[in-house]
Design a protein around this ligand. Structure first.
Ligand code: SF4
Length: 65
């Protein structure tokens, strides 16, 4: 299992900028709760799922199996 940052620098920079503006909360979501703090619960659950491979919701990170 490996987690990497999206090689598409344009997307990665855009999401990182969004995270800076929200103070670390997912820029793709409205709610600001511990579950939406990057890395958000959704992605943490996807990391824990042995069958999941793919991008997180914002496409900043990619999980390889
Ligand atoms: S979707 Fe990705 S960038 Fe957005 S909070 Fe979750 S892990 Fe971070």
């Amino acid at each position: 299992m490996r987690i990497r940052v999206n090689e598409n620098k344009e997307i990665a920079d855009m999401v990182k900028e969004g995270l800076e503006q929200t103070g670390g909360y997912c820029p793709c979501r409205r709610e600001r709760t511990p579950d939406t703090k990057c890395m958000c619960k959704e992605f943490r659950d996807q990391i824990a799922d042995p069958d999941f491979e793919g991008f997180c919701h914002c496409q900043l990170y990619y999980k390889e199996k």
